[in-house]
Design a protein around this ligand. Structure first.
Ligand code: ATP
Ligand code: MG
Length: 265
């Protein structure tokens, strides 16, 4: 499959032409060794407004161009972009078409940082992207090992690309783990709570990269302030999720209830 075929649906639409070739310049674009993963969702992800947002990000020099789409999930898609210095950037594009607000509401309502909400699906998606950006900023300010946030606009979130040549780093789910990883993640959950005053809310082996320099946590859209009415439940669930994962992999783990008590003390 050639990379150009991935976007064939779009090239018929005249309006998109000039923007499209600026965002995805044929001469510059690279593709990962194993190709780009998914082409079906591209038309859906790249609606007019998302194209314009990417285009504006090029004009503001946040990125220089985009290589293509690396991963496509139900609610977001990940693009591999490059900044003007040649550094890889991950663009997490939140889909406005499949947004599931009901599922997200419990992670927004009740957070003291988000009190004035604009109604409408699009606005909720934009808010979700901003929330992830804000959460990540809060983490980096406190020195936590998370993916570095670069910029957010509308439904597009720019992040430091963790991985190589358009291939994301392996997650805990995809790799061998040891006691050191377990201790690290418990330490991160504690620092998140105590220093950054956040609870991840969706922590699992799928949302943690294992890199040469240690674990890196991502997917912070669900993270809530520790003052959120459900923060304690989310904290307990995060600890349990990670403990069960490491236990399933044959490691001896501390009782999650004791871990929770220690973190809250
Ligand atoms: N900064 C990044 N650098 C490289 N790859 C990334 C980055 N952020 C996310 N990814 C890749 O994109 C995938 C999905 O990202 P993320 O978990 O943030 O989105 P999501 O909407 O929760 O998707 P999913 O439902 O698949 O978990 C990750 O599993 C990872 O492989
Ligand atoms: Mg995820």
């Amino acid at each position: 499959m050639s990379t150009d075929d991935d976007f064939s649906g779009l090239e018929n639409i005249q309006d998109y032409d000039s923007q499209f070739s600026k965002i995805f310049p044929k001469q510059k674009r690279r593709k990962p060794q194993d190709g780009f993963k998914n082409d079906k969702v591209v038309n859906q992800v790249l609606d007019k407004s998302t194209m314009l947002t990417m285009y504006q990000m090029i004009n503001s020099k946040i990125i220089a161009y985009v290589n293509g789409i690396v991963k496509a999930g139900k609610e977001s898609a990940l693009f591999w972009a490059v900044d003007p210095q040649g550094k890889d950037v991950a663009l997490k594009v939140f889909l406005t078409s499949t947004s599931n607000f009901k599922k997200r509401a419990p992670y927004i309502l009740g957070d003291p940082r988000f009190t004035h909400l604009k109604k409408g699906t699009r606005n909720m998606v934009y808010l979700w992207a901003q929330k992830e950006f804000k959460n990540l900023k809060q983490c980096t300010r406190h020195g936590l090992p998370v993916v570095k946030p670069i910029y957010v606009s509308k439904n597009v979130l720019a992040l430091e690309f963790v991985g190589k040549e358009g291939v994301p780093a392996t997650t805990l789910h995809e790799t061998d783990v040891d006691e050191n990883d377990y201790n690290q993640i418990i330490g991160i959950i504690r620092d998140l709570y105590k220093k950054a005053k956040l609870v991840h809310g969706d922590l699992s082996e799928y949302n943690v990269f294992k890199t040469q320099s240690g674990l890196v946590v991502f997917d912070f859209g669900s993270a809530v302030d520790t003052m959120h009415p459900n923060a304690q439940n989310f904290l307990e669930r995060d600890i349990k999720n990670m403990s069960y994962f490491f236990a399933k992999r044959g490691l001896t783990v501390e009782n999650p209830v004791d871990v929770l008590a220690k973190i809250q003390s």
